[in-house]
Design a protein around this ligand. Structure first.
Ligand code: NAD
Length: 264
């Protein structure tokens, strides 16, 4: 028996990385899946998820386009009957220090990460409200909890996603809808690789890895397992939370004094 048997899940950003891993993990647990992404080329995880479920349309939609998101959600509801679980994973990196960031870059990051999440929630909520049931999982970030050099727009967008999540949990809890955020540490996906492959990152790549107390980057499936918990009925009393799945990134700092403390 699967943990999402009989559920319909819509995942944004489903073509790649964390979103694709969530689609696959949900499909393995019995969910029927649908996806939204601007890319039409799906990577291995999405294709494998489709193989398991037999259906699962991938709607080529930009989450910044409110009308297009609403149409895609209406199509999914018409084809699959309803949406029980919404996962907002579509996201972009970007930013820069406040005194240098251009308005266009600020808007691009905020529009995809925050407004895109808002648009998908706005489209899926009426159906969930009508059924008095639903679970929404917003993929935020550890960078929505803590700052990171030069991360102004990205970190502000993810911090806002966490507060949007908490507010929605308050607004919709008594109507049977749970809303939670998941805050990944640094996860080995195309998004992270494209950032860390920059030559400028050579010296700090290892430092970022070591900031995770488990001493490594995470894998997409480890985030998918967290999303599975929050989406499923196992989390039936969990709402308004920001769950860090981060290998200890937000646990605190390690300055290398373990030897002095008799730990090494
Ligand atoms: N990888 C990490 O280290 C990490 C850490 C914390 C949080 N996150 C968050 O996890 C989520 C997924 O990131 P990922 O690492 O899997 O990245 P990814 O680039 O592998 O996947 C993101 C997906 O979102 C899609 N997308 C981007 N803009 C879109 C738009 N406007 N409309 C529709 N789809 C769009 C992309 O096409 C892509 O398929 C993002 O919200 C990201 O901020 C990632």
């Amino acid at each position: 028996m699967g943990r999402l048997d009989g559920k319909v899940a819509l995942i944004t950003g489903a073509a790649s990385g964390i979103g694709a891993a969530i689609a696959l993990r949900f499909a393995q647990e019995g969910a029927r899946i649908a996806g939204i992404d601007i890319q039409d080329l799906a990577d291995g995880d999405w294709s494998e998820a489709l193989r398991l479920t037999g259906d699962g349309p991938l709607h080529k939609v930009d989450v910044r386009d409110k009308g297009a998101v609403a149409n895609a959600v209406a199509e999914v509801e018409a084809q699959m009957g309803r949406i029980d679980v919404l996962v907002n994973s579509a996201g972009v990196a970007g930013g820069g220090p406040v005194h240098l960031i251009e308005d266009a870059e600020w808007d691009r990051v905020m529009d995809v990460n925050l407004k895109g999440t808002l648009h998908a929630c706005q489209a899926a909520l009426p159906g969930m409200l009508a059924r008095q049931s639903g679970s929404i999982v917003n993929i935020a970030s550890v960078e929505g909890i803590e700052g990171f050099e030069g991360g102004s727009a990205y970190n502000a967008s993810k911090g806002a996603v966490i507060l949007l999540t908490r507010n929605m949990a308050i607004d919709y809890g008594r109507r049977g809808i749970r809303v939670n955020a998941l805050c990944p540490g640094f996860i080995d996906t195309p998004l992270l690789r494209s950032t860390l492959e920059l030559e400028a990152m050579n010296e700090i790549r290892d430092k970022i890895r070591e900031a995770h107390q488990l001493g490594r980057f995470g894998q997409p499936v480890e985030i998918a397992n967290g999303a599975l918990f929050l989406a499923s009925d196992e989390a039936s009393f969990v709402t308004g939370q920001a769950l860090a799945v981060d290998g200890g990134y937000t646990a605190g700092h390690r300055f290398g004094i373990s030897g002095m403390m008799g730990l090494d």
